[in-house]
Design a protein around this ligand. Structure first.
Ligand SMILES: [Ca+2]
Length: 476
C-alpha cells in the first residue's frame, strides 16, 4: 500500500508524509480503506489545502520526460495530462502499457458492470444513461502512484488549515445554522464544533469540494489500475446515488478518488451513513446544510464518538522523559501521566484523572505533546492521519473559543525529503542500528533504529526524523 496517496489530490501525499513522521510504526500498518483507498493516511484535506498548496505539489508531479504518446494500437487517446509513465508502485496494473490496455478496454469494462447495477436496483435504461459517453480520466493514475519528494511538518499543516479566515467563517456558519446544529447534536450526540471543523477543512464550507465527476473518477479506478475491485463498489454506489436522485448528476463532483460533498463522503460511506435531515426525501450532502451536518454527525456517532468528551489535550512533557511512553498502543490514565511528570499545557488540570489517553509528540522532544482520548480515534476513523485529526481537534477547540497551542513547534527543523529519508536509513544501517532495506519511508523499524541511535548519543529518544538528526548522523 503506497503511503503517499489520497483521493484529495496533490497535497494529500504531503500530508501523508507528515503523518508518517508522526507515527511511522503504526501508520504503515493501518488504513481503513473507507475514505482511503490507497494510503494508510487517507483522503486528506481536499479543497482548501489542495488549492492553497497546488503549485508546489503540481510541480513535483510534472513528468520528468515528455508524456509518451498512447500506443497506436490502443484506439484510445489518453487525456493529455496523464504523464504516460509507469506508476511508482511497480504494480503490474500500473505500468503505462497496462494502463493503456485497460483504457482501451474501458467501454466493455463499464458495460460489464450493468448486471451488478441492475441487481442493485438500477434500471438498465438509467445505467446506460449515466454511463453514456464515459471515458477514463487517466490523469488519476498519476495520483494513484504519486510519491512526493518533499514533505511538510505537522506545524506547516496546522498553519495552512487552522487559519483566522477559516475560523471566522466557521463561527459564521455555526451562528447561521445554530438551529440545525442544535437538532443534530440532540439526535447524534456529536460535538457541533467537530462537525464544523470537518466541514471547514474538507471543503472550506462547501466552497472547495472538488471538481472531478465522481462517476468518471470511480469508473476509471474501477477499470484501470491497481484498485479495481475496491472501486467497482464505489462506482456502483455512485450510480445508486444518481439512480435515487439524491444528488444531481452535474453536482456529483469531488476528489479524484470519488469523495464528494461538503464533508467528502466516498459513495459507499454515503450509502451507509448519509441522512436526509431536512426531510425532502433526498440525502443531499452537496446542497443541503441539514443533510451535511446530520450525515457527518451520524458518521461520527458510528465511529464511536463519546458525547460530552473532547478529543485530547496539549501537554507539557518533562525534561529527560522516556519517549518510549509516546506510543499509541500504550494508553495510561491521566493520573499515571501526571505521575510521569506530564502536565496539561497552560496549567489547567485534567478534568478526569481516570480517563485513558495515549501520548504523541509530533514535533519530537522539541515540540508540544498531546494526550489523545478515545474521541481522537473517532476523528481518525474519518481520515486515518494523525496530523489531520490533530488539525480537526484543534480547529474545533478554536471554534469553541479555545486558544492556540501554548508551546512552540521546532520550526528550525525540517521534515526530511525522500532522498534524505533514504540517506538516514543508510546511515543508521552503517552504524548497525537499522537492519532493514533502505526504502525512503519512515516505518516502525526506522523509528526504532533512530530511537536506539538517539539513546546512544544521549539525545531524547523521540524517534523524530528531523533534519537536525540527519546532520548529526552525517558528522559522526
Ligand atoms: Ca434532504
Amino acid at each position: 500500500m503506497g503511503a503517499t496517496i489520497s483521493g484529495r489530490g496533490l497535497c494529500a501525499g504531503l500530508l501523508a508524509a507528515a503523518a508518517l513522521s508522526l507515527l511511522p510504526a503504526t501508520g504503515h500498518a493501518q488504513g481503513s480503506g473507507e475514505r482511503n483507498p490507497f494510503s494508510a493516511f487517507g483522503d486528506l484535506f481536499t479543497g482548501s489545502l489542495n488549492r492553497q498548496q497546488t503549485n508546489a505539489p503540481q510541480q513535483q508531479l510534472q513528468p520528468s520526460s515528455p508524456p509518451a504518446s498512447p500506443a497506436p494500437s490502443s484506439g484510445v487517446s489518453a487525456p493529455k495530462e496523464w504523464s504516460g509513465e509507469d506508476g511508482a508502485s511497480g504494480h503490474p496494473l500500473m505500468t503505462a502499457s497496462a494502463i493503456r490496455q485497460s483504457a482501451a478496454n474501458f467501454s466493455s469494462c463499464i458495460a460489464g458492470f450493468e448486471g451488478d447495477a441492475i441487481r442493485r436496483g438500477i434500471q438498465a435504461e438509467n445505467f446506460r444513461r449515466f454511463t453514456a459517453g464515459l471515458t477514463p480520466d487517466l490523469r488519476i493514475m498519476d495520483f494513484v502512484d504519486a510519491q512526493p519528494e518533499f514533505t511538510k511538518a505537522v506545524w506547516d499543516y496546522l498553519d495552512i488549515l487552522v487559519t483566522d479566515a477559516r475560523l471566522t467563517r466557521g463561527r459564521d456558519m455555526l451562528a447561521k445554522h445554530a438551529a440545525i446544529f442544535d437538532q443534530a447534536e440532540k439526535t447524534y450526540g456529536v460535538d457541533r464544533y467537530i462537525i464544523a471543523a470537518i466541514w471547514g477543512i474538507e471543503s472550506n464550507y462547501s466552497t472547495q469540494a472538488g471538481d472531478r465527476p465522481v462517476i468518471r473518477s470511480t469508473a476509471t479506478l474501477a477499470c484501470v489500475g491497481r484498485r479495481q475491485k475496491y472501486f467497482k463498489d464505489e462506482f456502483l454506489a455512485a450510480l445508486e446515488i444518481l439512480n435515487r436522485g439524491d444528488v444531481k448528476p452535474e453536482l456529483l463532483k469531488g476528489s479524484w478518488a470519488g469523495a464528494f460533498g461538503a464533508t467528502q463522503f466516498m459513495p459507499t460511506a454515503f450509502k451507509r451513513d448519509a441522512i436526509d435531515f431536512d426531510g425532502d426525501g433526498r440525502r443531499n450532502i452537496v446542497e443541503s446544510v441539514p443533510d451535511v451536518i446530520a450525515s457527518t454527525s451520524n458518521k461520527f456517532k458510528k465511529s464511536g464518538w463519546q458525547n460530552g468528551q473532547t478529543w485530547g489535550y496539549e501537554v507539557e512533557i518533562p525534561q529527560r522523559f522516556n519517549f518510549l511512553y509516546a506510543d499509541r498502543s500504550r494508553p495510561l490514565t491521566m493520573a499515571q501521566w501526571q505521575a510521569l511528570g506530564v502536565k496539561r499545557a497552560g496549567g489547567k488540570p485534567f478534568p478526569r484523572l481516570t480517563d485513558q489517553a495515549y501520548l504523541i509528540a509530533p514535533g519530537g522532544a522539541g515540540g508540544p505533546g498531546f494526550l489523545m482520548l478515545p474521541n481522537f480515534k473517532a476523528i481518525m476513523r474519518y481520515n486515518p492521519s494523525e496530523a489531520y485529526a490533530l488539525a480537526i481537534g484543534h480547529f474545533a477547540d478554536r471554534l469553541r473559543g479555545g486558544t492556540p497551542f501554548v508551546q512552540t513547534w521546532p520550526r528550525d527543523q525540517r521534515v526530511l525529503t525522500r532522498a534524505e529519508r533514504y540517506e538516514l536509513q543508510q546511515l543508521l544501517a552503517s552504524r548497525g542500528f537499522y537492519r532493514g532495506e533502505p526504502d525512503g519511508s519512515l516505518g516502525g523499524k526506522t523509528q526504532e533504529a533512530l530511537r536506539s541511535y538517539q539513546a546512544s548519543i544521549g539525545a531524547p529518544a523521540d524517534g523524530f526524523a528531523s533534519s537536525g538528526m540527519l546532520d548529526r548522523l552525517r558528522t559522526r
